[in-house]
Design a protein around this ligand. Sequence first.
Ligand SMILES: [Zn+2]
Length: 170
Amino acid sequence: MVTFTAAEQYAQVTVAYMVDNVCLQDAKVREIRGRFAEQARVLRESGGADAEQLVKLEQEMNEAESAVPLVAVPKPKSRRKTEEQEADKGASAQAKQANDRDEPPAGLVNELGVPSGKFGWCVACRATANLYCKHTRHPVCSFECKQRHIRLLEEAAAPRDSTAASAAAG
Ligand SMILES: [Zn+2]
């Protein structure tokens, strides 16, 4: 049996976390495109679509797309929030609303077939993650996994000798 070191495990977790974020962002962007394509279709079929409306719709779609963050876990709260609110009146309100729905993309699953949570998948066990660790800002499924993840981080950061010693002692 191969036993991976804490540093190796942490590297694996980090790569999985990065891939998860790319998949989540891609799925969200595709959902936005689908939603706007549907709106455009309805507009066209109602016969009331003029070029100007369609251009406006496309602009809104582009705004919504570019507002999708690369990282699913939100950044720590800061004054950015109030600036956003100030800047948000008007055209981009819909874009913001679209991204504030906070729902995981429908039908998105990980390599184990587990559906995505609000923040993707747990960094410790790959289950659906509707929580995140405030300390590391990594998605987790439970308090137990959060603790397990922090323990891994501490072990990965510790010098090799002390890791071996604590493993032997524990
Ligand atoms: Zn978990």
